[in-house]
Design a protein around this ligand. Structure first.
Ligand code: PLP
Length: 417
């Protein structure tokens, strides 16, 4: 084959000085980075397990009581949820087969969006493959060509997917101290008049702390300063708010809320709830909608069944609240900080990575899955065990857990408390 003219010229230009050969050493970065992680007690590993039932898993031949899952209502094993996932799979197949803008916009996707919108009291909703995908692509779509005129104010502890979205948007951003509405107001005041667009971003229930944002105050501040309010309700959906539909449900002052299906709904995927016009805008400009295969029918079926069940689960929500309160109290009696936890997520904050890992290992020997959460998932010196409760946990389960935490063996592990 004859080289094209451009190629020949390029080749001639380069042939006078041969390009530097890449050094094989440049690719030892993985080894170095992993060794560093190990030295800092931050190395992560994927340890496989097999689910047994709503509460138990099997790992390395041992049955463990699970305190680390986000299946707060146990719906991933609910017969109605499973049945509708199977039914939709049998009727519509295992895949949506394309992006919704191509051939993947099934009627069941639209039906689920309508069901969600009416349960949430928002005009419209739009489905996403995951919460990570929603947050990391919706924020850049909202900012779009106006990065220079936009300032984003986000809570210091927001989830990594929100941080990814903010960074990808190219907008200037400031992180306000966690849940500090006075600081947020001051920052909004300072920014007012300097930017054409202000956006406030927070979670409603914080994923690693289990504490809650003051949604009322966020709405009031956003309203006062004409800011766009973006709330991630992932850990409140199913557990808190009207009919368990989250803390941003039925709140007209929230411009956009993100919810996920991989937690209380016992499935996978996510959605945003917003105005019909904004939904239309995202269909046109959000890469996470345009360039991705739509949610599989089985997942759509599971979520629609979960949404039918959630409003009637008030007793389960009350049980979760009662048991979480009991666990917080017991941990505090043992000397552990539980931060501002006010939900089914109860951290026992330890501080050191090594001690947290040692406690998690000790609990595993006692029959409990209670995963250590370390920086950078949480701030430095706040490594913790994050206990996530299910409505299927009974008091005797928690009594056993607390006894294992309080045992002399774990006291030997920990310098603090
Ligand atoms: C607050 C928050 N937002 C978003 C996500 C991401 O959701 P998904 O697991 O669906 O990607 C998570 C999950 O870890 C989360 O905790």
């Amino acid at each position: 084959m004859q080289p094209r003219v451009g190629m020949t010229q390029n080749h001639q230009n380069l042939s006078s000085s041969p390009p530097p050969r890449p050094s094989p050493k440049a690719w030892t970065f993985a080894e170095q980075a992993l060794a560093e992680q190990e030295a800092n007690h931050r190395r992560r590993e994927l340890r496989s397990l097999t689910p047994i039932d709503t509460l138990h898993i099997c790992r390395d031949g041992q049955t463990l009581l699970n305190f680390s899952a986000n299946d707060y209502l146990g719906l991933s094993k609910h017969p109605q949820v499973i049945a509708r996932a199977v039914d939709y799979t049998q009727r519509y197949g295992t895949s949506a087969t394309a992006s919704r803008l191509v051939a993947g916009a099934f009627t069941i996707h639209e039906q689920l969006e309508t069901q969600l919108a009416s349960s949430l009291g928002h005009e419209a909703t739009l489905l996403f493959g995951t919460g990570f995908q929603a947050n990391s692509t919706v924020i850049p779509a909202l900012v779009r060509n106006d990065a220079k005129q936009t300032l984003i104010l986000c809570d210091r502890l927001v989830h990594n997917s929100l941080v990814k979205g903010i960074l990808a948007s190219g907008a200037r951003f400031i992180r306000f101290p966690h849940n500090d509405m006075v600081a947020l107001e001051q920052q909004l005041q300072k920014a007012s008049g300097k930017y054409q667009r202000l956006m406030v971003i927070s979670e409603t229930v914080f994923s690693m702390d289990g504490d809650r944002a003051d949604v009322e105050a966020l709405i009031a501040l956003a309203n006062q300063f004409g800011a766009f309010l973006y709330l991630d309700d992932a850990h409140a959906l199913g557990v808190l708010g009207p009919d368990g539909m989250g803390l941003a449900a039925q709140r007209p002052g929230v411009d956009l809320l993100v919810g996920t299906f991989g937690k209380s709904c016992g499935a996978a995927g996510a959605f945003v709830a917003c105005s019909a016009q904004l939904r239309d805008y995202l269909v046109n400009f959000c890469a996470g909608v345009i360039y991705t295969t739509a949610l599989p029918p089985g997942t759509v079926g599971a979520v629609s069944a979960a949404l039918d069940l959630i409003p009637a689960m008030a007793a389960e929500r009350q049980h979760l609240a009662t048991e979480a309160q009991w666990l917080r109290h017991q941990l505090e009696v043992l000397g552990y900080g539980t931060g501002g936890s006010m939900s089914q997520i109860v951290p026992a904050i330890i501080g050191s990575e090594a001690e947290t890992l040692a406690l998690a290992s000790h609990l595993e020997t006692q029959g409990y899955l209670a995963t250590a959460i370390r920086p950078p998932t949480v701030p430095a010196n706040t490594a913790r065990i994050r206990f996530a409760l299910s409505c299927h946990h009974q008091r005797e389960h928690l009594v056993g857990l607390v006894a294992a935490i309080a045992s002399p063996a774990s006291a030997g592990i920990l310098q603090s408390p």
